[in-house]
Design a binder for this molecule. Structure first.
Ligand SMILES: Cc1cc2nc3c(=O)[nH]c(=O)nc-3n(C[C@H](O)[C@H](O)[C@H](O)COP(=O)(O)OP(=O)(O)OC[C@H]3O[C@@H](n4cnc5c(N)ncnc54)[C@H](O)[C@@H]3O)c2cc1C
Length: 516
């Protein structure tokens, strides 16, 4: 790939360990041509103009479907129209090649042995095929299926393709860290990660001229060593007042040399000051470009500090609008307590509040760790209990949204059809409009399109969480996600069935290969 010719430079020091996913990255994009083309297409002048979103989102033919939830008659009737069971409608904007690729990749993902050994297999593939051929194969399969691209051209194409189906892109950078990944703190690494964020946010800003609410995904562990999060979490558990939201927010500044927390060592204080400076730079960039930021949730042993940092960012940036959102994992027994505490804190401190609601991706590791260290398993005892918790938090957040208006926002980040229908039904009951920006939906790029596409076509705001970045960083990410999301990957049987049925339909009606 002639990356340089495309105006993108990505420097990945070869010495870095691939599984750690932490390259030093310098990215410069040449955006002027993209913007011109996007503006052309937005106004319908380009060679591949987007259909106007308003007409596009109304064209979905809604199907009758039984819900089985306790809803008002009117709501039940209206919600029943949303169907995830019509492959022709769901995949109508997918090319036959994309359907064939999805069938192949999702089938391969259903074999445990391949998922468990995916990183090893990719390394072997790289050695046998050579770098170029390996990249070509990956781009035609796994990378193409699950990653949004690494050059302006590829990312632009992804954004356009999704937008064509009424779906927006939620870019995610795959730089993350766990405790023990690396002992030494290298500030320059976190600084280059921050620069990569800033460049990518600027890219999204250019691509988002006609996206209603541009959202960007943030991983706190891109900015600091995971061990500091663990240390801070312990101090927070014992009620350290110097780590209060207001005090941490005072350190969120370009010049924060005087910021100091007495319970931390000099080295920890240095690292915290640098971290706050980095988070501040990213939040300020988003505020200036009117991009909303949703911070991921990771492991429980970092959770208190991660949440506190995000609440501090909310304190600084969410005075008039919910720019920064935090994620709540409903597989945690304490999920409802955590969210109600933070909602109250947001009210007390006069902050707007944004939430990404997920079930949680680290169940196996959390459970194994609790067993090994002999503490209580933080995860709900059953899958059903997690589902109940999810709906409980949905009720809480939708209730807040219906009373607080535009000061609260929510992304229902789930592939679970029942949860999505539950959210849609509750929105109708509470009078929350599907397209007033307060509630949106999210699924992972390359997965469960039979859920995303009908939702987008029915006029709901839908985002695909789309990893972007070079092959080196995303391979490790892909493997980690495949392992963590095994429950979803193994539950994509329905998607495969629907893809197959659409493929057969197109075989019988070859004229529909290009379009339905
Ligand atoms: C846009 C988006 C953003 C995301 N961001 C994050 C994030 O920041 N942090 C994060 O942790 N995850 C994140 N995820 C992943 C998410 O947490 C889930 O792993 C994934 O979406 C699967 O849950 P589901 O609701 O889609 O579907 P389902 O397939 O219905 O649920 C599977 C989930 O249920 C839970 N579960 C399964 N078995 C059991 C059991 N025996 N006992 C208790 N619980 C069980 C697990 O959480 C499992 O992942 C994100 C997902 C999306 C779509």
């Amino acid at each position: 790939m002639q990356v340089a010719q495309r105006g993108l430079q990505v420097l990945v020091p070869a010495a870095q360990h691939i599984s750690r996913s932490l390259p030093a990255l310098t990215v410069t994009y040449r955006w002027d041509t993209i913007q011109q083309r996007l503006l052309q297409t937005a106004s319908g002048k380009g060679d591949n103009a987007f259909p106007a979103r308003t007409t596009q989102i109304r064209q979905g033919a809604l199907q009758a479907h039984q819900l089985g939830l306790d809803l008002s008659e009117e709501t039940a009737a209206a919600t029943a129209e949303l169907s995830f069971d019509d492959p022709t409608q769901a995949f109508k904007t997918k090319s036959t090649w994309e359907i064939a690729r999805a069938l192949l990749v999702l089938r391969l993902c259903s074999f445990d042995v391949l998922v468990d050994n995916s990183l090893k297999l990719m390394k072997v593939g790289q050695r046998f095929l050579g770098r170029r051929l390996f990249e070509a194969v990956m781009r035609a399969t796994f990378y193409g299926q699950f990653i949004g691209g690494d050059s302006e051209k590829e990312i632009e194409a992804t954004v356009r393709r999704l937008l064509h189906s009424g779906i927006q892109t939620l870019p995610a950078i795959t730089i993350e860290e766990d405790i023990g990944d690396e002992i030494v703190i290298r500030e320059e690494f976190y600084d280059s990660a921050t620069q990569f964020y800033l460049d990518s946010i600027r890219l999204l800003a250019r691509l988002s001229d006609y996206v209603e609410v541009p959202l960007f995904q943030l991983r706190v562990t891109s900015f600091l060593h995971a061990n500091l999060l663990v240390i801070m979490s312990k101090h927070l558990d014992s009620g350290c007042p110097e780590l209060s939201v207001e005090n941490l927010a005072s350190g969120l500044a370009e010049d924060n040399q005087n910021f100091h927390v007495s319970v931390l060592t000099d080295q920890e204080n240095d690292h915290l000051r640098n971290t706050l400076r980095r988070i501040h730079a990213v939040c300020r960039e988003c505020a200036e470009r009117r991009i909303w930021l949703t911070a991921d949730a990771e492991y429980t042993y970092m959770r208190p500090a991660m949440t506190q940092l995000m609440l501090a960012a909310m304190f600084k940036f969410n005075r008039d609008q919910p720019l920064i959102w935090n994620t709540y994992q409903c597989y945690l027994k304490g999920a409802h307590d955590y969210i109600t505490r933070d909602i109250q804190l947001a009210k007390d401190l006069g902050m707007c509040f944004g939430v990404k609601l997920v079930r949680g991706a680290y169940m196996d590791k959390e459970r194994a760790l609790a067993k090994k260290k002999g503490y209580e398993d933080p995860i709900n005892p059953t899958y059903e209990a997690t589902g109940e918790m999810y709906h409980r938090l949905l009720d809480t957040m939708l209730g807040e949204i219906s009373t607080q208006g535009q000061r609260c926002r929510l992304i229902v980040a789930s592939h679970n059809e029942q949860s999505i229908k539950y959210a849609v039904a509750r929105m109708r009951d509470l009078g929350i409009e599907k397209n007033d920006g307060r509630v949106c939906f999210g699924q992972l790029y390359g997965m469960c399109d039979q859920v995303s596409y009908p939702l987008g076509q029915a006029g709901y705001a839908v985002y695909k969480s789309t990893p972007i970045g070079p092959m080196e960083t995303t391979l490790a990410y892909l493997q980690r996600r495949a392992l963590e999301n095994r429950s979803v990957l193994s539950g994509i049987r329905k998607e495969r069935d629907q893809l197959w049925s659409e493929m057969k339909r197109r075989m019988v009606h070859p004229r529909s290969w290009k379009n339905v």
